[in-house]
Design a protein around this ligand. Structure first.
Ligand SMILES: *Cc1c(COP(=O)(O)O)cnc(C)c1O
Length: 409
């Protein structure tokens, strides 16, 4: 490693709160699926900013839209209208095929989740008629929805939760993948069911095929809102526009973030019908930066890129190639591989080593990836990856597993 990198890592360690444990690589530039460190070494980016970089680094159309908007206006606040936001929202509800759709623009994913919880509670009191202060929301075990106090209140990850109480009440946790457990947990005060259609941070956990459709029916039958967090799964990652599309379901509120900002600015959104989002009146919710013209211009371009279907198609086709390649490594250092689209969860044989050891070995083979936890690794390459790169990536995983096996990491 270069001394420049060492110095930066040392300064980072001193000046940046230790809430992450980064791999020892200092990145300086990036293009498409590749990043370059301060010493000039290139790496394939198999994390893609936790799927915030679905279109790769610095996609030319996104950079062009950003630069054009930088020359016009960047921030107005929503005290006034701007000429970008409504058109972005219009394109987004059309992409998601929500005919009477409305958009609540926010910035980060956690804010979209928080906003949806507020909307669901208000809808519960004003529309469903739940007694004041009694609303509950059913959530799934093993969830990841972000880092705020309310969101970690219903997390099962002790690292994320311990030491941050008192916690927000009003949530009921049932096992993920069990639609009957969701139905059992619902009572007259339930305003919403909140879940990920595929659990990303938990290790790309794909639920049974009928899970989401069954929950959709239960929610409809019980007058409960279905809130689907597509912050990581959405916008092409699964080979479809939304993961919900895999089972022909539409949530009442769909949460987007990460890739919606094109890897350039934080952009998130709650998307749903006017009958639900319409409960919000002036002064009841807000965000200084939410819906700003720069974010709207970038988000609109992201929607335009997805409107052609090209990225979803690439994700589906190359995802099959990635998964079948990785499946050939089961028994050769991996105990399980699963995924949808260009989104794969790999369980490393615990006798071999940890996910982090494999990530360190991958780094030596010019691949940057991140363990989710324990022995599980996630691969989520940018959707601009080529088929040659997918084949190459699988080979590097094979090499890394051998390196860990012989005790090099
Ligand atoms: C990343 C993520 C979030 C939180 O998004 P932030 O932008 O980090 O606040 C919420 N839900 C899911 C499913 C995510 O993957």
């Amino acid at each position: 490693m270069s001394t420049v990198a060492d110095e930066i890592i040392e300064l980072d360690d001193e000046r940046i709160a230790h809430n992450y444990h980064p791999l020892p690589v200092v990145l300086a530039t990036a293009d498409g699926s590749w990043v370059t460190d301060v010493g000039g070494l290139r790496y394939f980016d198999a994390l893609a900013g936790y799927s915030a970089l679905n279109f790769g680094h610095r996609h030319p159309a996104l950079i062009e839209a950003t630069k054009a908007q930088l020359d016009r206006v960047t921030l107005t606040s929503r005290a006034f209208y701007n000429d970008q936001l409504a058109a972005f929202a219009e394109a987004l509800v059309e992409l998601l095929q929500i005919p009477d759709g409305m958009v609540l623009p926010m910035n980060t994913g956690a804010e979209a989740v928080e906003s949806a919880i507020k909307v669901a509670r208000k809808w519960g009191y004003e529309v469903k008629g739940v007694a004041d202060g009694q609303a509950n929301i059913v959530v799934a075990g093993g969830n990841f929805h972000g880092r705020t106090i309310t969101i970690i209140s219903f997390s099962e990850d002790e690292d994320a939760r311990a030491g941050f109480g008192p916690y927000t009440p009003g949530f009921r946790t049932v096992p993920y993948g069990d639609a009957a457990a969701v139905a059992d947990a619902i009572d007259e005060n339930t305003v919403a069911v909140l879940l990920e259609p595929i659990q990303g941070e938990a290790g790309i956990i794909v639920p049974p095929e009928d899970y989401l459709p069954a929950i959709r029916r239960t929610c409809t039958d019980n007058n409960v809102l279905l809130i689907v967090d597509e912050i990581q799964s959405g916008l092409g990652r699964t080979g479809t526009t939304l993961a919900q599309d895999l089972s022909d379901v539409r949530a009442d509120l769909t949460l987007l973030g990460k890739a919606l900002g094109g890897g350039i600015v934080p952009v998130s959104a709650v998307v749903g019908s006017a009958s639900v989002l319409g409960v919000l009146q002036p002064g009841q919710h807000g965000s200084t930066f939410g819906g700003n013209p720069l974010a709207s211009a970038v988000g609109h371009k992201v929607v335009d890129l997805l409107a052609t279907g090209e990225f979803q198609e690439r994700s589906a086709t190359l995802g099959k190639q990635l998964l079948s390649g990785l499946e050939s490594l089961v028994g050769e250092g991996l105990v399980d591989v699963r995924g949808v689209g260009l989104w794969a969860g790999l369980d490393v044989d615990p006798n071999l080593g940890t996910g982090r050891q494999v990530c360190k070995a991958l780094q030596e083979h010019q691949v940057l990836a991140k363990d989710t936890h324990g022995s599980t690794l996630r691969l989520a390459p940018p959707l601009v990856v080529t088929d040659e790169e997918v084949t190459w990536l699988v080979e590097q995983v094979r090499h890394a597993l051998v390196d860990v096996k012989v005790g090099n990491f």
